[in-house]
Design a protein around this ligand. Structure first.
Ligand code: GLN
Length: 285
């Protein structure tokens, strides 16, 4: 490899390399920021600075990893969610921006429909903990409980909660099982929802590196919504709010499940910023 001297040259070379390997070239900037410990504007300002050989070597190692499909978030070990930094690893789903929209809408619903401040909020299948922890950080007076069937996922979520000073009651177990005997004001979940048949169409970064128990579900990806919707009537207070993240083709089916479980509820589907059906909410007055 010919020697290079400047930051901008490293970026240019890495961007082309990633592009040649069918990856998003934008990942080069993120990984370079990571190696140099710079913000976006910091990197722009440093473009004409010299890059040391050691820095370039480390940077190039991460570029090669990503070219092989390892997600940028696994290389960095973190991902931003709702303005906060969360640890991620191969045991948990990498938080997605769509899930930030679930948080946003839920906070608005709470503002509109809930009077008391000490809400009991449950996050089912918490993974890295992003939903539970973000809700606790945004609504410090709420009592937040989070479940997951995966021990290592729960361990990661606990570490994230500690780092962000969020007091959460974490419970190991399948879906609603650990929280069924209690009443909740708000129940949220972004469960695995991809149909097994869709696996071949996923990017290898997702399919080969993210945990399958966080991605896939039976019955066209609908199995876990069905299971939860059946349990919810005995678990929800009035007023109560349910918020699900869903796959873009699942809106009608999931709306129906919640409508069947709560005939008097206001149930609606909401699109994400890419205009795909992405969330279903039920508001029980
Ligand atoms: N609740 C976590 C998230 O939204 C994990 C979701 C999952 O593993 N399906 O990122």
């Amino acid at each position: 490899m010919t020697k290079l001297k400047y930051v901008y040259e490293a970026l240019k070379r890495a961007s082309s390399f990633l592009q040649e390997h069918g990856r998003e070239e934008g990942a080069a900037r993120i990984l370079l920021q990571h190696e140099l410990g710079l913000s976006y504007s910091g990197l722009i300002g440093a473009m004409r600075d010299e890059i040391t050989e050691a820095q370039f070597k480390n940077f190039w190692d991460t570029i090669e990893k990503h070219a092989k499909g390892i997600p940028v978030q696994h290389i960095k070990g973190t991902e931003e969610f709702y303005g906060r930094s969360f640890q991620v690893n191969a045991d948990v789903l990498i938080p997605r921006p769509e899930t930030e929209e679930l948080i946003e809408e839920t906070l608005q619903l709470i503002d509109r429909h809930m009077i008391k401040k000490e809400l009991a909020i449950a996050d089912i299948g918490t993974g890295s903990g992003v939903i539970a922890i973000t809700m606790k950080c945004e609504l410090p007076q709420a009592q937040v409980t989070a479940t997951d069937i995966s021990k290592p996922a729960l361990q990661t979520a606990k570490q994230n909660a500690e780092e962000l000073n969020a007091l959460i009651d974490f419970r190991l177990g399948d879906l609603t099982k650990p929280i069924e005997n209690q009443k909740w004001d708000v129940i949220l979940s972004n469960p695995p929802y991809i149909a097994h048949a869709e696996a071949p169409g996923l990017s290898d970064s997702v399919r080969d590196f993210e945990p399958h128990n966080a991605l896939f579900a039976d019955n066209e990806g609908l199995a876990l919504y069905e299971n939860m919707a059946k349990q919810f009537p005995k678990m929800l207070n009035k007023p109560g709010i349910i918020g699900f993240e869903i796959g873009y083709q699942q809106g009608v089916a999931v709306e129906k499940m919640l409508k069947d479980a709560f005939p008097d509820a206001f149930v609606y589907c909401k699109k994400d910023i890419n205009k795909n059906d992405r969330m279903v909410f039920a508001v029980i007055e």
